[in-house]
Design a protein around this ligand. Sequence first.
Ligand code: 26V
Length: 783
Amino acid sequence: MFNNKEAFKQLFQEKLVSKLGKPKMEAQKADVYKVLSSMIREYASKNWIKTNQNYQAHQEKQVYYFSMEFLIGRLLGNNLLNLGMLELVRDGLKELGWDLEEIEEEESDAGLGNGGLGRLAACFLDSLATLQYAGHGCGIRYKYGLFEQKIVEGNQVELPDYWLQKGNEWEVRRPDKKVEVRFKGNVEISKENGELVFETHNYDAVTAIPYDMPVIGYEGEHVNTLRIWSDCSVDSISEFLYPDDSQYEGKLLRLKQQYFLCSAGVQSIVRTFEKLGLSIEHLPEKVAIHINDTHPTLVIPELMRILIDVKGLGWAEAWELTTRTVSYTNHTTLSEALEKWPVSMLKELLPRIYMIIEEINTRFCGMLMKKYPDQPEIVPQMSIIDGHQLKMANLAIVGSYSVNGVAALHTDILMKREMKLFYDLYPNRFNNKTNGITHRRWLLHANPALSNLINESIGTRWIDSPEEMVGILKYSEDSGFQDRTRAIKQHNKLKLASFIHEKQGIIVDPYSIFDIHVKRLHGYKRQLMNILHIMYLYNQLKQNPSMDRIPRTFIFGAKAAPSYWLAKRIIKLINVVAHQVNRDRKVNQKLKVIFLENYSVSLAEKIIPAADVSEQISTASKEASGTGNMKFMMNGALTIGTMDGANVEMHDMVGDANMFIFGLQSDQVLEYYQHGGYAVQNVYHSDARVREVMDQLVSPGYFGLNGYEFEDIFHSIMSTNDEYFVLKDFASYIEAHQQIDRSYRSPKKWQRKSIINIAHSGKFSSDCTIRKYASEIWGLERI
Ligand code: 26V
């Protein structure tokens, strides 16, 4: 159908008429988007069906990746790329008078996730399909995705994201595959043939309807499924995505969402498995269930419930099958993000599930008492139910056969500290799988010029084997290659500069260093340290406007959880500083600050290819991995960063010479925590640069309007003993920025570093990560 441009043009025009009842002259961009995307979906359907038939016929083992979040972003461009039709469609549309890039802007950005965890799930789906593994996503079809952020007078304002308003051309509603999810009720226990039988009465039934989206692998042959569940009850369960990120709150609706996903998903898996005609004890040979953080942990008791209450298995057999089926990824060690549900809530909402959890816990604690008879203090530390709380991480570890962290350092911290007791008990269960990103979206699609240059230099094999990107290392000293990578970066910067001008009316110097900090706003990610450093630079430039500094444009993008007061105040501070700096004629040739509103997947695709410098400055030990760091590296930005998360592994590959590393190490940070922190007052009093910017936060009239404006931020540092070590790392952060300024003065050296980073970034492709999950955790074969 799409093997030549003329055929495409012909068919496209026919569809415009038949689908919209409009002649070509009257079609709007939105019409073009709608018709084109539905054509692509239809086109992919053949392979979608074929892939599924193949799975059935070969009884392939399948992995189901359960996640409360899939941050998929836009699909049109990526699907065209993966189908190998991007050029053809772009050219065909052009001849018909349309610009594909503009058409892509018509698609809503599916923001069914908060940040890294949800985006990781989306990258994994892309790699699973491309590598031809039988792997599917299982999620919730939220009616409202992550809120849309507006900045009004420097403050974040949240608007609902009704992403389905224009319809979703990629999904297929599957009412024939609906299942019933049951809440509440009374559990009645009876005895039949000497066996206990559990039956729940007077429950509330909710119908779960799946919507399937094709996940099209690169080269288009292989098409997996992302199945997202929706309900149609009056007070809808799948109404909206919780916008909190790394901040646990025990909300009843959130628990309902979690069980809704787990129950619908597991029921549908068992139904599919049964079509194979095998008896249930073969389940772990044919099915792997993976849980993305603890949010879907209820798959464990739900599978137990089905095996025992519906399939009639005994406890021991059900437990053996369950724990051979489920595997779990941990994504954080922040204690405030660990899920702990009130027992009272579970008992009422999910009485049978709670009974099963209680039984799991009783047996587990019994085993512990036998194993550690002389250390009774161990039991309450490892117990799944702790007084009135259910600890989801403990349940996830006990009920699964694999527990992995998301970067080497993170896994190390899990094994040696956070989960040490569990690691001692189950040493073989723990393993590391460093995160990755799909180079198809983040390089081929987001930065076509750089991809083409790589193709011209080393051929196209790297697209299938991203590790082969190291092949460009041999050009790191080649001045022709350096000039071309530099020109590509400049082109991307010009494009971003004009986007900024269009959105905000601010002119930024496209030849300045683009220094970019985009991610969720959180204390540990230290956007505050960045803006305080900008205040310091501003002070210096004001004092000496002719100071020799390479012009810098600092760009921020960050959403704060609506309930996270301090995070919102930091957004305000960034905007206030930006306002002041940008209109100050004495310095604004050398310094600009931009806050881009509504950071999202589609915005990231515009920003990242234009970065010279990538800010990855979390307090060491706090960022489990980070994935933005990898996206910037792949697009040739140099990282200013701490030895945290996957930065450590980036550093292993490129070395000190090609990254700007600063700050405390994770061991030092953890050591300080064990002794109640460090003496923040000493740093405040001894470093005049620190004191000056801190005092400016609370100086009357400093920021123009009313003084004392940022007393809350000042105190958030001084009265918590600077829990994120912002002041402690400040001096070394200043130094790292000075080094950036010096390095940028030698374009050749800078470009060399940039090429070395690009070359090594292939190892962070999620293809590499998924191969490891498949062979080391799931036991999948490539089809
Ligand atoms: C936690 C919670 C708590 C309950 C309310 C809703 C909610 C939503 C998301 C989360 C997730 C916290 C964990 C998380 O996002 N971790 C991030 O995972 C990335 C992918 O592995 C990793 O790169 C980041 O470093 C890590 O912070």
